[in-house]
Design a protein around this ligand. Structure first.
Ligand SMILES: Cc1cc2nc3c(=O)[nH]c(=O)nc-3n(C[C@H](O)[C@H](O)[C@H](O)COP(=O)(O)OP(=O)(O)OC[C@H]3O[C@@H](n4cnc5c(N)ncnc54)[C@H](O)[C@@H]3O)c2cc1C
Length: 423
């Protein structure tokens, strides 16, 4: 039986589902907007995000620069970001009484430093816009019904089956199911294909027990080169040594850009670390050579001619089989060469994927050429829309993943509602 008034259903009560539901309901107050969440709680990832502080977005306001932070989706996001970008996100939350602050590295958080501020804001906005929220409602199947032409209305119709057997119908459907395999199955059933799934934003396990004893040591800027599955990747930034290997922004960025290749080689790959990229290889050698004349009587461990943390210096000596008690005047040419190589091009074996607890995202999802990025509508099943992580889009750490959710869901919500304005 056809429904008597235009109805929009959103599958998924995460950041994208909420933002899309609010955008649809606010754009067209005559719509009935129903949000279905499988779990007992909504917005669970928002609550735990950013270490409980929620890194809402990033202070990057130029769409062309912004898309550079997305290993998957950069081309597709150019047009959406020209219509809703971090400046709009900031204004959206400001309009609803939430102030955000920018940290030195560009990440934005609520001034309260509490993700609950964002959760409450989204819940209140949804309630005020009249969105009906139903939790413990996993959608297990969606059928695309033939288009119904009612007097004055031309609508697509979807029939959703919930796990409890209940069936619901709607004119527009937004799939905002994140990385859930069930969401991907629903999309596949409606004719879509899924780009291969792989974890992104993880740390590296390194097979070097001596390195792990340096847990907690960091350098402000290291340059990393990775060879995974025959492909080379480069990244630079802060690097942190952990109990299991390497972490920090440089490693997380590298894990994102090489997510599929690293998965393909089962997280076994070669990594080269330049601990001092601001100096050329020649400059490193010159400084080490100068050490011989500057402090000939001192032991190597007691005189560091390079700006490296003491524990890292000691490790590099051990790593290159140089006795730290050696006097600078006794440092042989070959030992000096080994040391400069280890500083400038230290080679490490990645033996596995670590777990990073602050942010984690899935690469892969709905193939982007099957989606119209002006509206976020499916090119295969009219009336079906996508937003957030369900798409084959993921960003590096820093607020970019939520920005993808805000942008795509805002545009999807508006498009769905506008398409039903005269229905
Ligand atoms: C620990 C952690 C911290 C993070 N911190 C940050 C951060 O600070 N900044 C940032 O930008 N990104 C962060 N991220 C990434 C960010 O949380 C995600 O990219 C974002 O939440 C994706 O939003 P979404 O709405 O698309 O998907 P989700 O948040 O995953 O929401 C999807 C929802 O759909 C529901 N669902 C799935 N299938 C069905 C179904 N069949 N029926 C009904 N409901 C269904 C799920 O239960 C879920 O609630 C973090 C991620 C993690 C894991």
């Amino acid at each position: 039986m056809a429904i008597a008034f235009p109805q929009v259903i959103i599958i998924g009560g995460g950041a994208a589902g909420f933002f899309g539901a609010i955008a649809a309901a606010e754009t067209n107050p005559n719509l009935r907007v129903i949000l279905l969440e499988a779990g007992p709680e909504v917005l669970t990832k928002v609550r735990i995000s950013g270490g409980g502080r929620c890194n809402v977005t990033h202070a990057c306001f130029d769409p062309a620069a912004l898309v550079q932070h997305y290993p998957r989706g950069s081309r597709a996001l150019i047009s959406p970001f020209s219509r809703f970008q971090p400046g709009d996100t900031i204004a959206w939350f400001e309009d609803r009484g939430v102030s955000l602050k920018t940290e030195a590295d560009g990440r934005l958080f609520p001034v309260t430093d509490d993700s609950a501020t964002i959760v409450h804001c989204l819940q209140k906005a949804a309630q005020q816009a009249g969105v009906e929220i139903r939790t413990r409602c996993p959608v297990i199947q969606v059928r695309n019904l033939p288009v119904q032409n009612l007097p004055g209305r031309e609508l697509s119709e979807f029939e959703l089956t919930l796990k409890n057997g209940l069936a619901l119908r709607c004119d527009r459907l937004l799939l905002a199911s994140g990385s859930s395999p069930l969401g991907h199955r629903i999309a596949t059933h409606l004719g879509h294909t899924i780009a291969p799934i792989a974890p992104s934003l993880f740390t590296f396990n390194i097979a070097d027990s001596a390195l792990k004893t340096l847990a907690g040591v960091s350098v402000p800027n290291a340059q990393l080169k990775l060879l995974a599955n025959g492909i080379k990747f480069n990244q630079s930034g802060p690097l942190l040594i952990t109990h299991w290997g390497l972490s920090g922004p440089a490693v997380l960025k590298l894990s994102a850009w090489a997510a599929r290749e690293l998965k393909h080689c089962n997280y076994r790959a070669q990594l080269w670390v330049n601990w001092l990229p601001e100096l050329s290889g020649e400059q490193v050698r010159d400084r080490l050579t100068a050490g011989r004349s500057q402090a000939p009587r001192k032991q190597l461990s007691n005189h560091r001619p390079l700006p490296l943390p003491q524990r890292l210096w000691d490790y590099l000596l051990a790593h290159t089989a140089i006795d730290p008690a050696t006097r600078w005047s006794e440092l042989s040419k070959s030992a000096l060469h080994r040391l400069s190589q280890a500083i400038h091009q230290g080679e490490y074996a990645i033996t596995g994927k670590g777990v990073f607890k602050d942010e984690f995202v899935t690469c892969g999802g709905i193939n982007l050429n099957e989606v119209n990025f002006k509206t976020l509508e499916s090119r295969i099943a009219p009336g079906l829309y996508f937003a957030g992580e369900v798409l084959d889009i993921d960003g590096v750490t820093g607020g970019f993943n939520f920005q993808n959710a805000w942008t795509t869901s805002y545009l999807a919500g508006q498009s769905m509602a506008k398409g039903l304005l005269n229905a």
